[in-house]
Design a protein around this ligand. Structure first.
Ligand SMILES: C[S@@+](CC[C@H](N)C(=O)[O-])C[C@H]1O[C@@H](n2cnc3c(N)ncnc32)[C@H](O)[C@@H]1O
Length: 362
């Protein structure tokens, strides 16, 4: 950024989440952001969004350094609000949005018109999509959009109603690259279950592109605990990994036909490989703490280099359960004197659950 760049001072944290998980999303924002002590408003249940108004204005850079999306579990998108524009006229919403942005901040590297992924938000996301091209044209013409200066903040225009939009900023390395934090994935015709998309999204969301290319390579070995009917196994086989699939249930023929899979009917909690593998994945429907302890054991004992696993959350105290699993993994890794990376995220394809990535770190 050049010294001439002027970014709006912000007074709100805005996050998008799965509808129904607003309390968890707000709870972890307050945990992570305690020093700024925002005013926790009553969450709007099922709105798919959380807004915390801060008592003071803060420089965008300070907020951006203070809270990282990668450390949050329930936030899909995170940005820092600086204006609420009301009474946008139906015939021309672009001009007032442009003027409001021009008065507060300049310039940005991208414009992201967004809305929450909720029953109320869905019609607004259509509006956001329709406005994307006209907004881009207008901001380019006004010299407020500089797509080549990729380090500049991005401008989020979050529609809260057809005539109301919140303007907010995020830095490109601290916000989801996908509008609304939702990657659009196509269901591969040959996969045996839609849950294959969950693992595909986990690879994209929990690992960056470079990390993924470095850590997941054809020829590696993987174990899939609770594999049937085989959506996750198929995803691994498709990427050229040889997979040992553990499940008492049957695997789909299409998965076995890849020729990359050994299916063993065994208990995923007691079975262990004869030699270490590159990847462990686990989608067993079990108590989250039990799964977390099992994953920590595999990584701590070097049976796998890294693991991706799903934690099915209880109906109540879901944030407490996530904290408990995090502590449990931390204690196990510390006990063995190991440094580790743990990333937890409620993916778009996750329902009452979250997905985690755990690996040794050097
Ligand atoms: C949600 S499904 C897995 C779906 C799979 N990831 C896919 O993409 O097709 C959960 C699976 O875990 C298996 N399972 C549950 N407990 C298990 C255990 N103790 N050992 C092995 N498999 C188990 C079930 O049989 C079931 O097939």
């Amino acid at each position: 950024m050049s010294s001439k760049d002027r970014h709006a001072a912000c007074d709100a944290l805005i996050a998008l989440c799965r509808p129904g998980f607003e309390s968890e999303c707000q709870g972890e924002l307050l945990d992570a952001f305690g020093t700024f002590t925002g005013r926790p408003a009553k969450v709007e249940r099922d709105s798919g969004r959380v807004r915390i108004d801060l008592p003071n204005l803060h420089a965008f850079e300070t907020l951006d350094r203070g809270i990282r999306l990668s450390r949050l579990t329930f936030s899909r998108q995170l940005c820092f609000g600086f204006a609420e524009i009301r009474d946008l006229p139906e015939r021309d919403r672009v001009t007032p949005l442009l003027e409001a942005a021009r008065g507060a901040t300049t310039p940005v590297s991208a414009i992201l018109p967004e809305a929450a992924d909720s029953a109320d938000g869905r019609p607004l996301s259509g509006l956001a999509r329709r406005l994307a091209a006209p907004l881009e044209r207008a901001f380019l013409k006004a010299n407020l959009l500089r797509p080549k200066r990729t380090a500049l903040p991005r401008l989020h225009i979050l529609f809260a109603a057809p005539g109301t939009a919140w303007l907010a900023l995020s830095s490109p390395d601290n916000g989801s690259p996908w509008p609304m934090g939702i990657p659009r994935l196509k269901m591969p015709g040959a996969a045996p279950s839609r849950s294959t998309l969950k693992l595909a999204e986990a690879f994209m969301s929990l690992l960056g592109e470079d990390e993924l290319a470095e850590r997941l390579r054809p020829g590696q070995r993987a174990v899939d605990l609770g594999a049937a009917p085989g959506g996750w196994t198929w995803q691994l086989a498709q990427r050229g990994l040889r997979v040992t699939a553990i499940d008492n249930g049957p695997m789909a023929d299409s998965v076995m036909a890849t020729g990359m899979v050994d299916h063993l009917r065994a208990d995923g909690f007691t079975w262990r490989p004869a030699s270490p593998v590159d990847w462990l994945v686990c989608d067993m429907v079990e108590q989250p703490a039990r799964v977390a302890a099992l994953m920590a054991d595999w990584v701590a004992t070097g049976r796998c280099r890294q693991a991706i696993f799903n934690l099915k959350l209880p109906m109540k105290k879901r944030l407490d359960e996530v904290r408990r699993c995090r502590d449990l993994i931390d204690q196990r890794m510390r006990r063995d004197g190991l440094r580790y990376e743990l990333r937890l995220r409620q993916l778009y394809h996750d329902r009452e659950e979250i997905t985690a990535y755990l690996a040794h770190s050097s």
